[in-house]
Design a protein around this ligand. Structure first.
Ligand code: NDP
Length: 502
């Protein structure tokens, strides 16, 4: 960064082979947050070749799991040591508040600790023994590292999303090429320096950054790669899956979401006040945190007709008090959108919503505050009277836009909640525990929160149904994605099979 080489290939830091660089923009004020090397397809091919050679050499995958676990723990320690610097980089790069970035770094740390413990406890690959009816035969199924992994992450949670990939890949004994989003590479570059310091062997982790469209083919359409783990948008995930198909390369894609948050009238009828206030608060946070740039944001409020007017009024009042500002300012509750380009996309969706007949309740504009004029800020926006014929209800806007749909029966609420091509996450608010259990089981989404929203843990799987993707990250499954399964049949007392008699 800023003159230092930023590509890490074969254990050495390098500039791009054609000398190309990119300005990384701070979306809070449009200033240049850093200048980084921009890899060429040839650089990407070299990174893949380095990872391939390191895997085939066998030293890393043969490293005892206890040593790999110790390395992961060491990485966790260094993450905490550098927490403030990494959080500040993430804020300057993405615009999110410093408070959020600090939580991200703590979450990244917990992912490394989780996988250190998982492989440290059971080895992660001890496998199982099978009785095949012949005492001379030892039949066992073992798990082995899948090989060379390409890890592609998006810009909304740059280091967090990358950590969900790097931690299990290292734990499993894989080698890898990491590619952060071209928009937000800063924290990942700093993190790879930290991996080097922690003692990750040369070529086990390689780093290239640059345009996905330019580097994509070199990273994904190659038989040198065994597994591609991608987090990003549906269109890119589909492109990558197609590119990988020619080599039958395994792909896991974590894509977007259009996530329903269903509110039953009984949260108010409960009469305790708390359930109602919590529902309003969680719907608000669920959609407007990080200015809506969250794959699991609860962007579709599906609320029971009898309380809908009051709920929307309460929500709009809260939305209008959200303090926007530079993420480095401790007073800011939410930051800008990640780029001018992304704000233009969000603005186009607002215009579309209006033209489709949705009723604009609040927002729908850039903030008037002149102090925010240089940044890519956009007001929290609520559209009421929406329905499933509207694109604004069906498509992921990835901005601070909430649409409101209304229902009268439980069956209708479930049908609306499932009426999406995505299936990443959903929320349900009810004071009736039996109803809550019925509804969460009926919803076709990878994570469902009942009377809560947005929380996750490194120990539980994350991923989507439908077009929200395939495969899972985090939890034990997040490790097995990085492993191949091998059945070993060992006959300790071989005799002739005797099938052919001649
Ligand atoms: P994109 O799909 O545009 O990009 C994601 C990553 O893919 C970036 O690193 C991008 O690089 C890269 N990329 C783009 N084109 C190609 C290509 N042809 N080949 C290889 N790589 C490519 O998504 P965004 O970065 O815009 O992220 C937002 C999306 O991510 C949203 O849809 C969101 O829902 C989803 N997401 C999903 C999550 C989940 O857990 N399911 C979590 C977080 C986000 P570059 O930026 O350099 O072009």
């Amino acid at each position: 960064m800023d003159g230092e080489p930023d590509l890490y290939i074969g254990g050495a830091w390098r500039h791009a082979s054609d000398g190309g660089t990119r300005d990384v923009i701070n979306p809070a004020d449009g200033s240049v947050a850093g200048v980084v090397d921009e890899a060429t397809p040839d650089d990407a091919r070299q990174a893949v070749a380095a990872a391939r050679a390191a895997f085939d050499d066998g030293a890393w995958r043969a490293t005892p799991v206890a040593e790999r676990a110790a390395l992961l723990d060491r990485i966790a320690e260094l993450l905490q040591r550098d927490k403030e610097d990494l959080a500040a980089l993430e804020t300057r790069d993405t615009g999110k508040t410093l408070a959020e970035s600090r939580i991200d770094i703590d979450d990244v740390t917990s992912v490394f600790r989780y996988y250190a413990k998982l492989v440290g406890v059971d080895g992660g690959d001890t496998g199982r023994i099978i009785d095949v009816g012949n005492p001379a035969v030892i039949s066992r199924v073992v798990r082995e590292p899948i090989g060379v992994c390409v890890l592609i992450a998006p810009w909304n949670y740059p280091l967090l999303q990358m950590s969900w990939k790097i931690a299990p890949a290292l734990a499993a004994g894989c080698t890898m090429v990491a590619k952060p989003s071209e928009v937000t590479p800063l924290s990942t570059i700093a993190f790879v320096h930290l991996l080097e310091e922690a003692g990750v062997p040369p070529s086990v982790v390689n780093l290239v950054q640059g345009s996905g469209a330019v580097l994509g083919e070199a990273l994904t359409a190659t038989a040198e790669v065994d597994f591609i783990s991608f987090t990003g948008g549906l269109a890119t995930g589909t492109t990558i899956s197609k590119m990988a198909a020619d080599n039958v390369t395994k792909v896991a894609v974590e894509l977007g979401g259009k996530n329903p948050h269903i509110v039953f009238a009984d949260v108010r009828d409960a009469g305790d006040g708390d359930s109602w206030a919590a529902a309003v608060d969680h719907v608000l946070t669920g959609v407007f945190l990080h200015s809506g740039q969250v794959c699991s944001a609860g962007t579709r409020l599906i609320v029971e007709e009898s309380v809908a007017d009051d709920f929307v009024t309460a929500l709009a009042a809260r939305a209008e008090t959200i303090r926007m500002g530079d993420g480095m300012d401790p007073a800011s509750e939410t930051g800008p959108l990640v780029s001018e380009q992304h704000r233009a996309k969000v603005e186009a969706y607002v215009e579309l919503g209006i033209s489709e007949g949705a009723k604009l309740i609040t927002g729908g504009a850039r903030p008037a505050d002149p102090a925010l004029a240089k940044g890519s800020f956009y007001l929290p926006t609520i559209f009421d009277r929406c329905d499933r014929s509207m694109r604004i209800v069906r498509e992921e806007t990835f901005g601070p836009i909430l649409t409101v749909e209304r229902f009268t029966t439980e069956a209708e609420a479930i049908a609306l909640g499932n009426d999406t091509e995505y299936g990443l996450a959903a929320g349900v608010r009810t004071s009736d525990a039996a109803r809550g259990e019925r509804v969460v089981r009926a919803l076709r989404h990878g994570t469902v929160w009942l009377n809560d929203f947005g929380y996750y843990t490194a120990a539980a799987e994350w991923g989507g149904f439908g077009k929200s993707g395939n495969g899972r990250e985090l939890g034990p499954t997040g490790l097995t994605e990085y492993q191949e399964i091998k059945h070993i049949w060992h006959n300790t007392a071989p005799t002739a099979a005797g099938w052919f008699k001649g």
